[in-house]
Design a protein around this ligand. Structure first.
Ligand SMILES: [Zn+2]
Length: 77
């Protein structure tokens, strides 16, 4: 069981894979909104993305399959 899973995130709008995420906030907080650098698609709050990544990672660890809207998970978060 890996302690850490490195995964990538694909933009469902412009198909950037992996997507480069940006935020307009000078300081990244849990309430910062992450957007695709290429097309501006909003992925949601940093906090929500982190919890979703944890959920996906737990499913993966338990032998589940990736069923999220995005094909993998979150890089560097
Ligand atoms: Zn995009």
């Amino acid at each position: 069981m890996p302690d850490q899973i490195t995964v990538t995130l694909k933009c469902p709008v412009c198909s950037a894979d992996p997507v480069t995420l940006i935020t307009t906030d000078a300081t990244l907080t849990g309430d910062s909104f992450a957007r695709c650098k290429g097309c501006g698609h909003e992925f949601g709050r940093y906090l929500d993305m982190k919890s979703e990544a944890r959920r996906l990672a737990a499913e993966f660890r338990d032998g589940g399959t990736w069923l999220g809207a995005y094909p993998s998970s979150f890089r560097n978060w």
